[in-house]
Ligand binder design. Structure first.
Ligand code: AMP
Ligand code: GLY
Length: 417
């Protein structure tokens, strides 16, 4: 079977690396891919926003499954277009991707179906939002609605901070926001593969959002991850499936927009059990890297089972108890990263037992590997314990010779207590 993966980051490299291992796979394409993905797949210059071009490519190359990595093409309806053209696609439709694209949509769905999440109100103008925020206990959480807003989430310790974020969001007249109560507890990321009303748990992870050691400095896309999150015990996994994932899947079916794809729940686990912070409708990056490194089952089988309504027949199996990944980023990230600096030692890191997933990499004119983005490599290892997985990943990092890059030195530490 020929498969096309959409995307070009560390997440898509991990997906391609894992799909490549399937005996059912014939040709694997990735659009656009990157220098590392080029070892596992044929990188092609098809623009994912041009749905006709993607469909034409699939027809010309007998692609029977398209796997969409990032959120943007999902929200743009790539899966809708492929499905209408009769091409199998793994990922939610644009309507179902609202679970990630609109925080207000998700909060209303939770409220209607009794899914545990923080108490909230939605606002479309500043005065009412300010009055509400001033009346809430601190800290109070202010979230811009919608993917494009890009102004994100502020956990405000003071009312002044909350008001400043409300005003910043409403600088755009069409903006909307959600104000919600602060949840105390421990965060974990939870993954499920969903097909309509069916869903299977697909592991848990912890991530590291801040750029600096000890969770300091600005937020990033993620500087590292570990899998599983120790707090997500088998009993907690059942509770999350029963109280959050399955009710969401059923609600989406009942509302006429069945969800198919990866449901990634950001959880806060506190005294009242797991509460939903947010959904993403795709694999996380770098969470996908640790999940794929650990997965024993054939990924192509799992994705096809989800697409073909056979999810009830499959259960993911894990080949190692733990995995960790350390992101190496280019100097300047998360601001403007320096591009073009040479990277050596990837083979030495692989010889040391690490799996190297590429994110922002390219080849220079003489074929040498160079940095070409913010997050550049995800250096990954599995292990019999979290300590072993973390030390395997750092062995890989230490074998890489890249003066233009940096990483955190404390990835996974909070998972070993
Ligand atoms: P989100 O983009 O909704 O995942 O929020 C980003 C981060 O803000 C989360 O990973 C949490 O660390 C924090 N956060 C969001 N909502 C809450 C909440 N209600 N209570 C506590 N922390 C929150
Ligand atoms: N690492 C967080 C995300 O992919 O959303």
């Amino acid at each position: 079977m020929n498969v096309l993966v959409i995307g070009g980051g560390g997440r898509e490299h991990a997906l391609c690396w894992k799909l490549r291992q399937s005996p059912k796979l014939d040709r694997l394409f990735c659009a656009p891919g990157n220098a590392g993905i080029a070892r596992d797949a044929e990188c092609v210059a098809v623009n994912p926003s041009d749905h006709d071009a993607v469909i034409a490519f699939c027809r010309a190359n007998d692609v029977e499954l398209v796997v969409v990595g990032p959120e943007q093409p999902l929200v743009e309806g790539l899966v809708d277009s492929l499905t209408a053209a009769g091409i199998r696609a793994f990922g939610p439709t644009a309507k179902a991707a609202q679970l990630e694209g609109s925080k207000g949509f998700t909060k209303d769905l939770c409220a209607r179906h009794g899914i545990p999440t923080a108490a909230y109100r939605r606002f479309t103008e500043a005065t009412a939002a300010r009055d509400w925020a001033l009346a809430r206990p601190l800290p109070v959480v202010v979230k811009a609605d919608g993917l494009a807003a890009g102004k994100g989430v502020v956990v405000a310790a003071t009312h002044d901070e909350a008001i400043a974020h409300i005003d910043a969001i409403f600088a755009d007249a069409d903006a909307a926001l959600v104000i919600e109560d602060f949840l105390a507890g421990e965060e974990a990321s939870f993954f499920a593969i969903v097909d309509g009303a069916d869903a299977v748990a697909f592991g848990s992870a912890g991530d590291h959002k801040r750029v600096g050691d000890g969770d300091t400095g600005p937020n990033t896309g993620g500087m590292g991850a570990f899998c599983p999150a120790p707090i997500v015990t088998p009993a907690l996994e059942r509770e999350v499936m029963e109280r959050i994932v399955l009710p969401t899947a059923r609600a989406m079916v009942a509302d006429g927009m069945p969800f198919r794809g990866v449901l990634f729940a950001g959880l806060m686990i506190g005294a009242d059990g797991p509460q939903l912070i947010e959904f993403n409708t795709r694999f996380g990056d770098p969470e996908c890297e640790v999940l794929m490194a650990r997965l024993g089952s054939d990924l192509l089988d799992l994705l096809l089972a989800a697409c073909d309504g056979r999810l009830a027949d499959v259960r993911p199996e894990w080949r190692a108890p733990c995995a960790a990944t350390v992101v190496m980023a280019a100097e300047g990230y998360p601001g403007t990263p320096k591009k073009g600096t040479p990277i050596r030692g990837v083979e030495a890191a692989e010889a040391a037992g690490a799996i190297i997933f590429h994110a922002g990499t390219a080849r220079d004119s003489s074929g040498g590997l160079v940095a070409n983005g913010g997050r550049v490599l995800a250096v990954t290892a599995i292990g019999d314990s979290m300590t072993a997985a973390i030390s395997g990943a750092y062995k890989g990092v230490d074998a890489i010779d890249w003066p233009g890059g940096f990483c955190r030195r404390d990835i996974g530490r909070r998972a070993i207590g």
